[in-house]
Design a protein around this ligand. Structure first.
Ligand code: NDP
Length: 252
């Protein structure tokens, strides 16, 4: 159990499914108040109801991290309901592989807007909260969900990998701004994880290839990654797990 999560106030983006959903469930089960942020309002409402039925505290806030006005409105709702946030999980992301030579600038834009600019919008929205919480002596965390793809070149995943490399770099650089203010930054780089992420691939060939790899190598469950988020956020406040790479055991 992660006793230090009791009483914390978390915002989890990408909470409608996968890693974000698992993280939200675990943080709530460990006593944090959790804001569920993603676009699909119904999914979020269902999850909030489940968390509350299990005795947790959750607020569903439908928002699109690619849309500044939507993020602004979300921040207002979060502050009105929960006050200052002390734990932010940047989980929202999309993965749309195709050869760069196909020139799919629509997909590039979506990935850049969501995985990089979206994460930055969330950082901008809550950095004052994190700094204020830390100044009050509370534990404050920013957790970014990057990917092993930030380091390893997967054919056809160049732009996705580039967005994740950007996020990993942002995590590193943000530590230099946040660390001296006692706000921790943790960058998590998972390998294959069984979520909805790969369901958005629009190439039958690449989709089939990835399904093959998942069945051959196996995959992490969302809960495996959520566990690391909870672990990192529940260390003593002078301990910052800066970078966590987690792979299914059989993934090279
Ligand atoms: P999912 O597709 O299950 O989750 C992605 C989440 O992001 C969904 O809840 C989705 O909800 C939300 N989201 C997407 N676009 C937006 C947006 N514009 N605004 C707000 N929310 C948005 O996949 P995962 O759980 O796998 O993905 C979580 C993170 O983990 C991603 O950043 C991904 O890159 C990363 N990752 C995943 C790996 C894997 O193998 N699965 C491996 C390494 C990293 P909604 O559609 O309702 O908005």
């Amino acid at each position: 159990s992660y006793e230090k999560l009791r009483g914390r106030t978390a915002v989890v983006t990408g909470a409608a499914s996968g890693i974000g959903e698992a993280a939200a469930r675990l943080l709530a089960a460990e006593g944090a108040s959790v804001v569920l942020l993603a676009r699909r309002a119904e999914r979020l409402a269902e999850l909030a109801a489940k968390i509350e039925a299990d005795g947790g505290r959750a607020l569903a806030v439908a928002a699109d991290v690619t849309d500044q006005a939507s993020v602004d409105a979300a921040v207002e709702r979060v502050h009105a309901a929960y006050g200052t946030v002390d734990l932010v999980v940047n989980g929202a992301g999309v993965m749309l592989p195709n050869p760069v030579t196909d020139g799919r600038s629509d997909e590039w834009q979506r990935m850049l807007d969501t995985n990089v600019a979206g994460a930055l919008r969330i950082v901008r929205a809550f950095s004052a909260d994190l700094i204020e919480a830390a100044a009050e002596g509370r534990t404050a965390d920013l957790v970014n969900i990057s990917s092993i793809g930030a380091h390893i070149a997967f054919p056809q995943y160049a732009v996705y990998g580039a967005t994740k490399a950007a996020l990993t770099y942002l995590s590193e650089s943000l530590r230099t701004e946040f660390g001296p203010r006692d706000v921790r930054v943790t960058n998590i780089e998972p390998g294959f994880t069984d979520t909805e992420l790969r369901g958005h691939i629009d190439s039958a060939e690449l989709s089939g290839q990835l399904e093959g790899l998942f069945s051959e190598v196996g995959a992490l469950a969302s809960e495996d990654v959520a566990d690391l988020i909870a672990y990192a956020a529940s260390r003593p406040r002078h301990v910052n797990l800066r970078q966590l790479i987690v792979l299914p055991t059989r993934q090279a």
